[in-house]
Design a protein around this ligand. Sequence first.
Ligand code: FE2
Length: 101
Amino acid sequence: MDKPFLSDIKELRRRARSHIEEGAVTEAYRADRETVRRLLNLVAERIAIDSDGEMVRYIGDDDPTTRRMLEGILATEEEHADDLRTLIETLGRDERQAPRG
Ligand SMILES: [Fe+2]
């Protein structure tokens, strides 16, 4: 006799829970997750920079205090993006130079 439908649901839930910690990828995913995570963080920083810059341009000269606050936030996001880019480049260079074992 086939498995009862209820046990299939339980199995589906068990499988779903077992993959939660691995993120939204399947077993067939071959990319280096840490590298992908760093790249996605860099993309997020770039989006924040674009968004902050757009807000600074929108405020213009209408509200100097808010503009200065946003420019400070923008500068911080640019530092984050620079740090991440340097980290990604450095780690990529180290991996290319590391002896293969
Ligand atoms: Fe940031």
